[in-house]
Design a protein around this ligand. Structure first.
Ligand code: AMP
Ligand code: MG
Length: 410
């Protein structure tokens, strides 16, 4: 029996892992390829955007001072300015121009009255309008430079690139950006009982961990390579790990527990991998091993399918995101309420698979019936992991709980 008190707490283990992971060297990619990456350099705006004050509404470009008296105010309409066209007339006192959303504000105008606050005057062919609302200067005007001003740092180094960020980059006319390159991740399954998914099992079980981890790596922004299946001998594991040269991260699955043929730790040590941690105070996932040699980070993940996925979420994914340049890499958390009751002995933090759904103004988390780490089925139905704290032994219906949204869901 392990003395649970000697095991590393989850957050300390993650801090140790992250201390070993730094952003990788940068590469140039097309802006379209930047989604989910981070900027390796500051982006300085080359263009002021929008380049001119423009209208935020379909309506009338006016001088706000013209509307300060009794309403409605009747004004002649000088022209209609469409988006993409230039105004031809200055709006002098006592005049206005019809304007469409996005069209440049004409000289002289300082505000826009929306079309719904105007009535066309139906007489004599002259284009005139009754404006029924007073507006302040700047009303419905999108000012020049609202999105970018030439020469300013538009997006700082380290900024994570979501879709609007890419929009800002496209608008600047940028074709390529420098971002930390994707981590290259080798994945090795170990176990005498395993066969590939495309082989007839003949009494063996299908290696689901390696292809699952490969997808998890890709989702986290890494580039996976499969090293195959190593049999449970020192030589086979050593030979396979010898093929993991040049990778940023090596993931192994299984063989890290205290079983008689659990050779992964021993072989890693023999290959000169410095072990930084072994065993974390969590369930599932306790036997996790983390080591480093040169620029390569090694994770010995447990073999049970759900344990390998949970340890990936808690430790590997944050490390990959850090390599991609992200600063905020801890698993995301939200607060919810427990729908049900949970008990456990103190000593390990449990990550309970739950389905969480919004109900009656809050997120309610219902534990799945199966919680064994060997079963993939409950991982399949789960939307979140509920963190049942290490020292707690019971949680009651309605208790506030910490929930980790899972990255492996559809
Ligand atoms: P171990 O860590 O070697 O004790 O393995 C724990 C459990 O995980 C055993 O039931 C294994 O059969 C299972 N297992 C190990 N590796 C894999 C894998 N690559 N895919 C699916 N199940 C696995
Ligand atoms: Mg085994």
């Amino acid at each position: 029996m392990t003395d649970a008190a000697t095991l590393l707490p989850e957050d300390e283990a993650r801090a140790q892992v992250l201390a070993l992971a730094t952003p990788l060297s940068s590469e140039w990619v097309a802006v379209d390829e930047g989604l989910g990456r981070t900027l390796a350099e500051d982006i300085v705006a080359q263009r002021t955007l929008p380049p001119w004050d423009n209208s935020a509404m379909d309506g009338y470009a006016v001088r706000a001072a013209d509307l300060a008296g009794p309403l409605p105010v009747r004004l002649p309409v000088l022209e209609t300015i469409y988006a993409g066209a230039a105004p031809h007339h200055e709006v002098r006192p006592g005049t206005c121009s019809r304007i469409m959303t996005g069209a440049p504000l004409p000289v002289g105008a300082d505000a826009v009255v929306m079309r719904e606050r105007a009535r066309a005057v139906p007489d004599g062919g002259a284009d005139r309008v009754d404006l029924t609302e007073a507006v302040e200067a700047g009303h419905f005007v999108r000012p020049r430079g609202e999105d970018a001003r030439e020469g300013e740092v538009l997006l700082a180094r380290g900024t994570p690139l979501g879709i609007p960020e890419l929009g800002l980059l496209w608008a600047q006319g940028l074709g390529a950006i420098a971002v930390p390159r994707r981590p290259r991740v080798a994945i090795l399954s170990t176990g005498d009982e395993l066969c590939r998914a495309d082989e007839p099992p003949r009494g063996r079980i299908v290696d689901t961990n390696a292809p699952s981890l490969a997808l998890a790596v890709r989702r986290a922004g890494g580039t996976p390579s499969l090293l195959g299946i190593a049999r449970d001998t020192r030589d086979a594991v050593a030979e396979a790990l010898g093929r993991a040269e040049g990778f940023d991260v090596v993931l192994t699955s299984a063989g890290v527990s205290v079983g008689e043929r659990d050779y992964v730790k021993e072989v890693l040590a023999a290959l000169g991998v410095q072990q930084h941690l072994w065993r974390v105070a969590i369930k599932p996932g306790k036997p996790l091993v983390v080591g480093q040699r040169g620029g390569t980070l090694f994770f010995g993940l447990p073999g049970n399918p759900t344990s390998s996925l949970v340890t990936f979420e808690l430790f590997v994914r944050p490390a990959l995101r850090r390599m991609l340049g992200h600063v905020d890499v801890a698993p995301p958390r939200v607060t919810g309420r427990l729908d049900g009751r949970l008990t456990k002995p103190p000593g390990l933090a449990h990550f309970v698979r739950v389905t969480a759904a919004w109900r009656e103004g809050g997120l309610w988390a219902k534990p799945l019936a199966t919680q064994t780490s060997g079963a993939l089925r409950s991982a399949a139905a789960a939307t979140h992991l509920l963190r049942f704290p290490r020292d707690a032994s019971s949680l009651a219906h309605g208790d506030l709980v910490e929930l980790l949204p899972l990255s492996w869901v559809a």
